[in-house]
Ligand binder design. Sequence first.
Ligand SMILES: Cc1cc2nc3c(=O)[nH]c(=O)nc-3n(C[C@H](O)[C@H](O)[C@H](O)COP(=O)(O)OP(=O)(O)OC[C@H]3O[C@@H](n4cnc5c(N)ncnc54)[C@H](O)[C@@H]3O)c2cc1C
Length: 314
Amino acid sequence: MINFDVIRHDEAVVLASAPLHTHSHFRTGGKAGLLVIPQSERAVVAIARQCIEANIPLYVVGQLSNVLVSDEGLDGVVMLLGHAFSKAHVEHSTITAEAGIWLSRLSAIAARHYLSGLEFACGIPGTLGASILINAGAYDGQFADIVKETRYLDAKGEIHVCHGDEHRFGYRQSRFIADRSLILTSKMILGEPEENMYHKMAVLAKKRRDSQPLSSLSCGSAFKRPEGYFAGKLISDAGLKGYTGNNAGVSAKHAGFIVNHGDASSADIVDVFNHVQDTVLERFGVLLEPEVRFAGHFDRIPAHAHTLDPLFGG
Ligand SMILES: Cc1cc2nc3c(=O)[nH]c(=O)nc-3n(C[C@H](O)[C@H](O)[C@H](O)COP(=O)(O)OP(=O)(O)OC[C@H]3O[C@@H](n4cnc5c(N)ncnc54)[C@H](O)[C@@H]3O)c2cc1C
């Protein structure tokens, strides 16, 4: 087991058999064997290194806004990075921030310093680390455009720094997915002050409110954009907009979103993913690739789905 004596008692919150549904945007999922919420980089690194050495499965998550956790939960250690690991430092046009910072806070800090380039991120509900992992983006903005340097922990427990093109960013892609790394901090270079930055953020927020089911329980776009198509349009054209299975379904407001109507289990939600993928494939011959990641045991997950496996150990 992990020896927590290597960190001070105030450097991490540790909870045994902790429910994960309260942290998840779908509000579903079972328990974590051990939920650890580190309060410092020292704690993040020390706990990860122990998991590596003792071969204990370590899952790293942020806001769980892009993960469906199985009803059976996750054995091992779930490390949740959030407010307690979210320091940000601004110097001239550079912001360096810890991986747990929420994008809403990060973009607000940038705007407060009149630095442009993070307006696109203000409405994405996620942490910086997860958003760099998949090069999150919206409304013509993406992390690839601003991230210059990232510090990360590799599977041997060693800290490295990568720069510029070494991030190998692509559409929902970065080197950190294949290399299985724990992102610690990132340095972003932002642009000159733009007039009306706050106005631009307000316009983007309104666009989201008008088009997305923000009051529903979802993990955002369920599927990636297939080349030459829009996932939401294909789902809508297949007659699935507003489709309801067992307590979960396709949003009636935006067909690209799969939503929990309130009492769904993760099994109910994965059934909707499978049904949508099967139907669109049958109708249009297009295989939709899930954007949401699947963590833990499911009887069946959609084809080409990313599973959230332990980052290290196990
Ligand atoms: C309403 C809504 C709207 C959304 N809109 C958008 C949008 O416009 N654009 C967009 O791109 N996404 C969008 N999303 C999806 C989601 O917010 C992003 O993918 C976000 O980056 C996920 O952040 P998170 O902290 O919740 O990650 P989680 O869901 O907790 O984790 C996602 C993945 O990141 C990994 N991870 C987390 N932290 C780290 C770390 N420090 N190092 C390495 N790996 C890590 C996890 O292991 C997991 O594989 C939306 C979601 C919702 C609910």
